[in-house]
Design a protein around this ligand. Structure first.
Ligand code: GLY
Length: 356
């Protein structure tokens, strides 16, 4: 088992990564929530991963899909916690991917003004990203993840055994996030070493977790550096929002959109003279080696994408991107919309045909 600590002082916790990590749950509950007398497990009907927290438990399910991330589902979870007699000394266990850990974590953050929770991440996306770092929350009609809390779990278990049954597009979605980590380093003074792709799966997950843990420990509430974890995400979020518009006729999973966003970010960095074509090619190669397409979906409208990007959470007043450059990947504000338009146009041209 590989253990990666998230060093957050009194909120420090460990991420356990490996085959069968879910079986560590009872020990994790006993050591991190020693006063707990009961547990509520939050999961989805199709997940099919059973866990034993070593305590009397109730099981609550939330619906599948991003639509489940709503305040009404948080209310029904909190009412379920209350009916189960959960106190602030007890524990919530989230078993699932990002939808489950975001919902259960936010319900735990709110219930009794803060109840401990532990994540058992069952998807690749959850294991390398969503389950770690304490971002919890739900969507409202005005935007994704607009209501939430930073509430760190007591422990995270990433069981790579359960990934064997992941549906192909769910797997692809996790790969998009993994591709992002290939361009991030595991320390402020370290360059990415490019070996992520060569590693066995458990070590790949552990490397991604170590990078995320280091970034989160340095900037828990996303004052600045944590924005690096959104590399490739500015366009990705715009693509996801566009895909939801009436009549779009196409869809992309989160990680699939991140893959397009990574190649776009590289091309924008080249347009701005921050990197050369060889570095853009490296982005394309990494995305390709995770079997992901770098192409914009044929129906994606550049004007709509720009308007979504201008509303991105990172943007504040202007167009902001996380971009590669001579000093590595960093946050860059004040990007000229004309450069974004030119890069999208070039991308539509040059990547056409690479989406099967
Ligand atoms: N998923 C990005 C973050 O946790 O900051």
């Amino acid at each position: 088992m590989t253990i990666v600590p998230v060093e957050l002082g009194e909120r420090r916790y460990e991420v356990s990564i490996g085959e069968g990590a879910r079986h560590l749950l009872a020990g994790a509950v006993a050591s991190t929530v020693p006063g707990a007398r009961r547990a509520v497990v939050v999961t989805q009907p199709g997940i099919g991963v059973t866990v034993d927290p070593g305590l009397p438990l109730e099981r609550l399910t939330v619906p599948d899909g991003e639509d489940a991330k709503s305040l009404s589902v948080v209310e029904s979870l909190c009412r379920g916690f209350s009916r189960a007699g959960l106190s602030r000394s007890d524990v919530v266990i989230a078993v699932g991917g990002g939808v489950v850990t975001d919902l259960a974590g936010f319900a735990a953050a709110s219930f009794h003004r803060g109840t401990p929770y532990i994540n058992v991440a069952t998807t690749l996306l959850g294991q390398v990203d969503a389950a770690i770092g304490g971002k919890t929350g739900v969507n409202i009609p005005e935007g994704k993840n607009l209501v939430g809390a930073f509430w760190q779990p007591k422990a995270v278990l990433c069981d790579t055994e359960v990934l064997a049954t992941l549906p192909p597009r769910e797997w692809a979605s996790g790969c998009g996030e993994m591709a992002k980590y290939a361009f991030l380093s595991s320390g402020p003074n370290q360059a990415p070493d490019g070996s992520l792709l060569e590693l066995p799966l458990v070590d790949q997950v552990a490397r991604c977790v170590a990078i995320k843990a280091e970034v989160v420990a340095s900037d828990e509430r996303e004052g600045d550096r944590r924005m690096l974890l959104n590399y490739g995400h500015t366009l990705a979020h715009a693509l996801e929002a566009s895909a939801l518009e009436p009549g779009a006729g196409w869809d992309l999973r989160h990680g699939e959109a991140v893959a397009v966003g990574l190649v776009f970010a590289a091309k924008l960095a080249r347009q701005l003279g921050r990197i050369d074509e060889e570095r853009v090619e490296l982005h394309r190669r990494v995305v390709g080696s995770f079997d992901l397409s770098p192409a914009l979906p044929p129906g994606a409208d550049p004007e709509r994408l720009i308007s979504f990007m201008a509303r991105d959470k990172k943007a504040h007043q202007d167009l902001t991107f996380v971009l590669d450059g001579p000093a590595g990947v960093e946050v860059v504000h004040g990007i000229d919309a004309a450069d974004v338009v030119a890069t999208l146009a070039e991308m539509k041209e040059s990547e056409a045909g690479s989406r099967s």
